[in-house]
Design a protein around this ligand. Structure first.
Ligand code: B12
Length: 145
């Protein structure tokens, strides 16, 4: 595997079980998964993120109340040329996919509901250059209602 890095961004308020499950599924399949609480800018640097050349960045949007912070953060990463597949999951992504994609059209996809296997399938497809739009449980601007 050439590049096997995946970065997950979340609110790690009193830890985040969902992120742990996702990281576990990816790690078990051989992907190097880094969970970052993005509320503290000291937790990451743009150079550090670039060096990892991630296959995918994942954003955990379990609280819709923090959506402004995600919008700002995704745009900050894009402006700084962190170029790879951007996806999001969690309650808001699962239940209001159209709304979230309208708010953050920079997201390439959403993983809806339980994310472990869908995210793994997505990462595998991206890493091997295969089609990802046909994966069950994935929404993107062209297929979301
Ligand atoms: C535990 C919990 C907390 C904990 C810890 C949260 C954490 N860091 O994980 C604490 C106590 C901190 C908390 C706080 C709050 N919470 Co709370 N919390 C929960 C609770 C009960 C369980 C979450 C959980 O661990 N689920 C189990 C894990 C395994 O599932 P998961 O997180 O959903 O993750 C899975 C999928 O969603 C998906 N997924 C998630 N993220 C991602 C990311 C990617 C990239 C991908 C691919 C997939 C993916 O894959 C995961 C694995 O299958 C939920 C209700 C619920 N039943 O889920 C409410 C819930 C998330 N909380 C909620 C709320 C409102 C809050 C507060 C705003 C309450 C308040 N007024 O203060 C605060 C916000 C905290 C803050 N920083 O401001 C709401 C959110 C509603 C909404 N519309 O946004 C929920 C849904 C409860 C409810 N129905 O009202 N909360």
């Amino acid at each position: 595997m050439n590049n096997n890095n995946v970065i997950l961004f979340a609110f790690e308020e009193r830890d985040n079980l969902g992120m742990g499950y996702l990281a576990s599924a990816l790690t078990n399949a051989g992907y190097n998964t880094n969970i970052i609480d993005f509320r503290e800018p000291g937790n990451y640097t743009i150079d550090g993120l670039k060096k990892q050349k991630p296959i995918l960045l994942g954003f955990s949007v379990i609280f819709q109340y923090h959506i402004d912070k995600f919008i700002e953060f995704v745009r900050y990463l894009k402006r700084n040329s962190i170029d790879c597949h951007y996806t999001a999951g969690g309650h808001y992504a699962s239940l209001r996919p159209r709304q979230l994609l309208d708010q953050i059209p920079e997201l390439d996809s959403l993983v809806r509901f339980e994310g472990e296997y869908t995210l793994l399938e997505l990462v595998k497809a991206l890493a091997s250059g295969k089609e990802w739009k046909t994966i069950n449980g994935i929404s993107f601007l062209e297929n979301v209602w």
